[in-house]
Design a protein around this ligand. Sequence first.
Ligand code: SF4
Length: 440
Amino acid sequence: MTHSSPPRVGFISLGCPKALVDSERILTQLRAEGYDIVPDYAGADLVVVNTCGFIDAAVEESLDTIGEALQENGKVIVTGCLGAKGDIVQQSHPQVLAVTGPHALEEVMTAVHKHLPAAHDPYTSLIPPGGIKLTPRHYAYLKISEGCNHRCRFCIIPALRGDLVSRPVGEVLQEAENLVQAGVKELLVVSQDTSAYGVDVKYRTDFWGGRPVKTRFTELAAALGSLDAWVRLHYVYPYPHVDEVIPLMAEGRIVPYLDIPLQHASPKILKSMKRPANSENVLRRIESWRRDCPDITLRSTFIVGFPGETAQDFTELLEFLKVAQLDRVGAFAYSPVEGAAANDLTGHISEDEKQDRLQEFMEVQAEISASKLATKVGQRMTVIVDGQDEHGSITRRQADAPEVDGVVYVEGEFDLPAGEFVEVEITNSDAYDLYARLVD
Ligand code: SF4
């Protein structure tokens, strides 16, 4: 496997505030998928021009800009209102790679994927492979920073993307606000290390709507919580200040859901992975989070079969799982990534052994998950509609992140619009999903 620097997209946005919202959606998606956005033609691998076609002067400006982008860069995708006006663009500039009309996020992204693919690498991607098929309009991944200050031995992010660089909080909040105005109902906050947000800029004060806001995790969460959308935090490293967002969850301002990648529970393996966390502390923290916010859903990911993991270390991991009773868990069998420091460790585990451990781990968690979900039967709750399949509607609770967690099936209901919130009563459960009926 080879890793090169991320693909770079130049973006030019012309036109009215509505066009700006389209630009925001496209930029958000590009960022979440790992594309770099660059400010000039020369540094870009491809340029997207969002055009305006409202009056003649705007048509001319748009055509000139496309011409300039073609001359300076050569690879150009055109979107926006001018694209909807017959084949003006193709006639003037037959070299453009693709032309779409306005509000065409899916088509623009398909064209970008075709002409400038971003390799999906499970070790570096922040959004699940399903996310590549494009997030529905009612939820969006909001990327708040790039890079990471940790040096976990299995990870090559810092080598690829460098140290943490936080986006200015005013810019992030403006993007979030625009997304919500454009109809997004759920914001998924992502980065390599969400709770470290702002460390690199010493929590600098920035402005949003004229008000000062610190570039810091808690302040960002509180500000996002003032928007009319579900706000879900992913990749939250359990630093002490993470406790500060639990009251926001208890008050219903952000979704009571924490995705904390713990990776292991044996202190020896955590040390060898170069993870600072300590599992006893983590258990105490979990207990206090649940005390302060009984509805909290905890999700985590783990690596099994890390080099040097003995049967004893693995047992410790299973014990931790049984005590922690996490709601959602993802796990991977360790596999070496080119360039990762862990490759030089001794004690690599055989592939068969890794797969056996992974299976045992998943069986233990499946039981925990099934018994936790069984307690939901009979409860009423609000769910968000994601879409339909042949049996009815697919929805999610606040406890379910899209694409990585389970869902709530509302069978026999085919007309619920995606992005709507509806009330249901849970009627059944299995290991990962719930079944419900609509209530008035
Ligand atoms: S915290 Fe560790 S695993 Fe996560 S991006 Fe940073 S170095 Fe990689």
